[in-house]
Design a protein around this ligand. Structure first.
Ligand SMILES: C[S@@+](CC[C@H](N)C(=O)[O-])C[C@H]1O[C@@H](n2cnc3c(N)ncnc32)[C@H](O)[C@@H]1O
Ligand code: SF4
Length: 463
């Protein structure tokens, strides 16, 4: 198997210290804080109607916001409750949302990609989960023979017996499991106690059922973590040989996520300790044979993401990296974000208002954006940089009928400074991110972000 140079990574602490500034994660461009309130239900309906002419396959996202317990570090959009019965009206509202959307979508467009995220999708009781799956089947054309990329986020603490089988029978073939950290002191400090045995049991069952890809989430920078404790977590997790591993930097923004105030600043590892944890983790992962895909993600060389990256067909959207480009993303549930044609559309973030809007027969759009030609060009560049770690100027010039150097004259000084610092190489034909620059890819993308100067937004740090 050939591993292209871009799949190697060099950890350069000096460079990282110098470039460690807050920046977007670019699951979209323009990023969500730039969505506009004048994008409404009619705007989304128009985008859905127009999208049918392309006949593109569909990608479906379902946001299930409920969690039974609150993890103090959590930055996800969620509703913490012990009332599992809240799942029943939620699923009924999702059915309504699908019906209202399907009225504008050609039913012959196949669902290439499906993702359940949260919150905790497995918070739903079995009968509610069954009702949701039935209603997806009723409204949309699913791919037969396990051909789709159908994934679900699993919290092992909230998984009823039989649910994994139900999901597998429906066609789910990927799971992603939140682990975060296995150390008991860290788990107590973040209010998430989850034994190794519980996680290992879910992975075992998933593999026996034929799930193709198992992905685990870890977070470094959590309270009370030390390089030694995180190394033990990583060693235990690697024994489970996940196909993919996300190692997220803890985003500590207590003004934006008030439950994080329950994490005392003094318990958070210092920037130098975090850097050591990251350096050690990268070394351990590389020794274990994992490749760096980009933006916190690692994968085994034979995983589909790693293969797609080598073939230049990797893609990124709100759910992270994917092998399916060229779909329209329809999104259901409170706060969910759709990407249809040249638009983004975000749903109402309040649970009750989202539900009552649907009951009154309206799509619950809160805000969104029509992307301009300039936005589409910059989005393409940022996506290719994050997925390929390189840009081919001639291909860009052809595709967008422009002269790269002329069009991006304003970005060149920042790019040249990064080139002289060793983050990237640039000649007349290509921009290539170096193995040292790969961890700082967000920073390189920021040179192409036309919105950064427009409105101050608080982002988490790059590392
Ligand atoms: C939307 S959560 C869903 C997963 C599921 N609810 C669970 O916890 O098992 C997806 C992932 O985001 C990551 N995450 C949540 N809050 C974070 C934060 N403040 N900083 C970094 N990563 C975070 C966690 O690794 C988590 O597994
Ligand atoms: S990390 Fe997962 S389980 Fe914990 S509160 Fe956030 S969404 Fe819920």
């Amino acid at each position: 198997m050939t591993i292209t140079p871009t799949q190697s990574l060099i950890f350069d602490p000096e460079l990282i210290r110098r470039y460690d500034q807050p920046g977007p994660r670019y699951t979209s461009y323009p990023t969500a804080p730039h969505f506009r309130e004048d994008f409404d239900e009619r705007s989304l309906q128009g985008a859905l109607d127009r999208s049918n002419t392309s006949g593109r396959p569909l990608s479906l996202y379902f946001h299930i916001p409920f969690c039974e317990h609150l993890c103090f570090y959590c930055a996800c959009t969620k509703v913490v409750t012990r009332h599992h019965e809240w799942g029943t009206p939620y699923v009924a509202h999702l059915d309504r949302e699908m019906a209202l959307t399907r009225a504008h979508i050609d039913g012959n467009r196949p669902v290439d990609q499906l993702h359940f995220g949260g919150g905790t999708p497995t918070f739903l009781r079995r009968h509610d989960m069954t009702a949701l799956l039935d209603s997806i089947r009723k409204h949309f054309l699913l791919l037969p023979d396990d051909r789709g990329e159908y994934g679900i986020e699993i919290d092992p603490r909230a998984l009823e017996p039989g649910t994994l089988r139900l999901l597998r029978d429906f066609g789910f073939n990927r799971i992603s499991i939140g682990v975060q950290d296995l150390d008991t002191a860290v788990q107590k400090a973040v209010h998430r106690e989850q034994s190794f045995a519980l996680t290992a049991g879910v992975i075992d069952e998933a593999r026996q059922l034929g799930f193709r890809s198992v992905s685990l989430d870890l977070i470094y920078g959590l309270p009370l973590q030390t390089p030694e404790s995180f190394a033990r977590t990583l060693e235990a997790v690697l024994a489970l040989r996940p196909d993919r591993l996300s190692v997220f930097n803890y985003a500590h923004l207590p003004e934006r996520f008030p439950p994080q105030k329950r994490i005392p600043d003094a318990d958070i590892p210092s920037p130098d300790t975090k850097l050591r944890i990251l350096a050690d983790s990268i070394a351990t992962l590389q020794q274990a044979g994992y490749l760096y895909i980009g933006m916190d993600h690692f994968a085994l060389p034979d995983d589909e993401l790693a293969i797609a990256q080598r073939e230049g067909s990797l893609y990124r959207n709100f759910q992270g990296y994917s092998t399916h480009a060229g779909t329209d993303l329809l999104a259901f549930g409170m706060s969910a974000i759709a990407m249809v044609g040249p638009t983004y559309s975000q749903n109402i973030k309040d649970l009750d208002t989202w539900g009552t809007t649907l009951e009154s027969g309206h799509l619950p759009v809160e805000r969104g954006l029509h992307l301009s030609d300039e936005d589409l060009l910059r989005r393409h560049i940022i996506t290719r940089l994050i997925c390929d770690f390189s840009l081919d100027f001639a291909a860009l010039n052809r595709q967008f009928a422009l002269d790269f150097r002329q069009h991006f004259a304003a970005s060149l000084p920042a790019l040249e400074a990064m080139a002289s610092d060793g983050l990237l190489h640039m000649d007349d034909h290509t921009l290539t991110v170096t193995p040292q620059g790969r961890l700082l890819i967000r920073h390189i993308c920021m040179a192409f972000d036309a919105y950064l100067a427009q409105k101050p937004v608080r982002y988490s740090r790059v590392i």
